[in-house]
Design a protein around this ligand. Structure first.
Ligand code: FEO
Ligand code: CA
Ligand code: CA
Length: 622
């Protein structure tokens, strides 16, 4: 959750008596054989999947699938030197500079700024405020989660599609005086604001000199905004309606094994246009970045809450589970298992896969075990007159009575259903990532209001957050049990207080408020932070920025636990969004809500996508 979200919806939530959220608020998988290429999971290519056996079984949330090793060529050629992905970069020091800082051998180039043209022929932002017919065709603001998709017939290491979420408008480039009051905003003002959220799909290409740019004339380029109409699928469709105007607060995201994009709505109220029914928001929305399949659809079977991202795990039978966090104080962790396997050789057979299946919530037990509790009407207490214990982490609560007359009610009120069923309320789940070895990671960003602890959320006033990992029983996406432990407690040893809850146990470079997390196809763990700015460190006289510098990106060695700072952002921003080319030589990173003089000196600050790469054509991190 960006603190800007909380600012933006405060008036709406106050007027509607909604408790405010306490928020300070593909690829060369294989190193040993670079000839092995992964492929895009589009229809015909996925037909190779079942034959892959164990390779398919180690599929992860990147949706990346390997081609079988080619038959040996008749003429032996020299064995190429294996590409090394070993992390060797020299750590960047914490700093508060108004720039993107990367290690010495790296470059960071801005390629896609809020207000840049998306649709071919569109005008871009040029310093003047514009009307909605223009802003609707441009990049939205607050770039967040994203994913890189291959294009058939294009070398994926030099060109592809980026699907990019826009969590919020960059109000500073849309309106004189910033964000208009939604209660008094004109229809045109609402339309402009709603044009700057949603998703951008852009084609990007690498030039011979290594630099990347957006192909502004590509017919793939598309915008899905708060003014677009979306289909509604799944069991809650009858209550929500067959369509909803707008997607909103598109925080993070994730791919599916069939090459679609799941954009996650991180709010359950339409604070930019309060005339719209709130049940229309807080869903996962499926979009086909190629524009071939069904129109964009809100998938209600996956539950309604403040969705952060989606990460998936598959098995050898093409069954799949989607993991999701509710970025709420506190919020639960969920998984959704479609009722049938996905079809790897027929994309269109999967267009309703996310409308039928079972939703579960996680319970983290004190002995390191965990259970997935089914959120189906009639099970685990989900009946008429159910007792919701409330947000038990924040202090004494008064249970309330909640009715679940049908599955639609369970899904629309999934947060309550999760608590009724016994799900563990966590310290604001942000991203989830599934590693190639099927370890699942989740960031718990912070929860400074926690008073009651449990094994999985062990610190009162958890200002700096922590990271948990788990393994499913049998490494199966269909498991109903798992084992878990805490990877690390964030903080810094300099924050020494009698409460003993701010120091954390990070080895190496320390940070606060982990948010983005992704394990790349080489199993390397990357973490991005979103601490509040300047932030309360918990020690008087020291802000979070004093201790940790600007928000940053880190590599965490999964064997030694060592944390190494890779990138530091400019003033006022959070770091988010991780995508990469299959060769891992180009990382796409998002810089959200900068407030200084970045990315263009002398202009308004703008949220932007940057490409980070080495200058000597080696993989990022090496
Ligand atoms: Fe949009 Fe929970 O970060
Ligand atoms: Ca955030
Ligand atoms: Ca986030």
């Amino acid at each position: 959750m960006s603190y800007l979200t909380d600012d933006a919806r405060a008036a709406y939530r106050s007027a509607n008596r909604i408790t405010s959220i306490d928020a300070p608020t593909l690829e060369d998988i294989i190193a040993e054989n670079p000839d092995r290429r992964t492929i895009l999971r589009r229809g015909l290519m996925l037909s190779a999947l079942p034959a892959l056996g164990p390779l398919a079984a180690c599929d992860d949330n990147d949706g990346d699938v390997q081609m079988p090793t080619p038959e040996p060529s008749p003429t032996p050629s020299p064995t190429p030197t294996p590409t090394s992905y070993e992390v060797t970069f020299e750590a960047v020091a914490a700093n508060q500079e108004d720039d993107v800082t990367v290690p010495a051998e790296y470059t960071a180039e801005t390629i896609f700024k809020a207000g840049d043209p998306v649709i071919a022929g569109a005008p871009g932002y040029s310093g003047n405020f514009q009307s909605s017919d223009k802003t609707e065709l441009q990049a939205g603001g607050n770039h967040d989660g994203m994913h890189y998709y291959e294009i058939e017939g294009v070398d994926p290491n030099t060109g592809g599609l980026l699907a990019i979420n826009h969590e919020l408008p960059d109000f500073n480039i849309l309106f004189e005086g910033g964000r208009p009051d939604p209660q008094t905003a004109t229809d045109e003002q609402k339309k402009i604001a709603l044009s700057a959220v949603g998703v951008s799909v852009i084609e990007v290409a690498k030039a011979d000199d290594g630099s990347w740019s957006v192909k502004t004339d590509s017919t793939y380029n598309k915008r899905y905004t708060g003014n677009t109409v979306y289909r509604v699928g799944g069991p809650a469709g009858g209550l929500v309606g067959s369509t909803v105007k707008g997607t909103l607060n598109n925080c993070s995201s994730g791919p599916t094994p069939w090459g679609t994009y799941l954009t996650c709505e991180e709010t359950m109220d339409n604070y930019l246009d309060p005339t719209q029914p709130e049940e229309g928001y807080g869903w996962v929305v499926e979009i086909d970045p190629y524009g071939e399949l069904a129109e964009p659809t809100k998938r209600t079977a996956m539950g309604r809450f403040n969705h952060e991202n989606v990460a998936y795990m598959t098995d050898a039978d093409n069954r799949v589970a989607f993991y999701m966090g509710d970025d709420t104080t506190p919020g639960c962790i969920y998984k959704f298992i479609p009722g049938r396997a996905f079809e790897s050789d027929n994309r269109s057979a999967n267009i309703d896969l996310l409308d039928y299946g079972t939703l579960y919530v996680a319970r983290f037990n004190g002995d390191g075990s965990g259970d997935w509790l089914e959120l189906s009407r009639g099970k685990n207490g989900l009946v008429m007159g159910a007792t919701d214990p409330g947000n038990t982490s924040q202090g004494d609560t008064q249970p309330t009575t909640v009715d679940f007359p049908n599955q639609a009610a369970v899904l629309i009120n999934a947060q309550s259903a999760a608590r009724v069923a016994g799900g563990t309320v966590m310290d604001r789940p942000e991203w989830i990532s599934v590693a190639p070895d099927k370890t699942v990671f989740v960031t718990l960003t912070n929860n400074s209001g926690r008073e009651i602890t449990d094994a999985a959320n062990p610190r009162v006033e958890n200002r700096h957050g922590h990271i948990i990992r788990w393994k499913e029983e049998g490494d199966s996406p269909l498991a109903t049990g798992f084992t878990w432990d805490i990877l690390l407690l964030a903080g810094d040893p300099s924050l020494d207080t009698p409460e003993d809850n701010l120091e954390g146990n990070i080895e190496g470079d320390t940070f606060s408020s982990p948010d983005g997390i992704r394990v790349d196809p080489q199993g390397r763990l990357w973490v991005e932070t979103d601490h509040s700015i300047p932030g309360n460190s918990g020690v008087e006289g020291e802000t979070i920025e004093d201790v940790f510098g600007h928000n940053a990106m880190f590599h965490i060695d999964r064997d030694t636990g060592e944390s190494r700072r890779f990138l530091v952002g400019p003033e006022g921003c959070e770091i988010t969004g991780i995508a990469y080319t299959p060769d891992l030589m180009n990382f796409f990173i998002n810089i959200q809500h900068p407030t200084g003089n970045w990315p263009v000196d002398g202009q308004e600050p703008r949220s932007s996508t940057v490409v980070v790469r080495r200058t000597d054509e080696k993989p990022v991190g090496a």
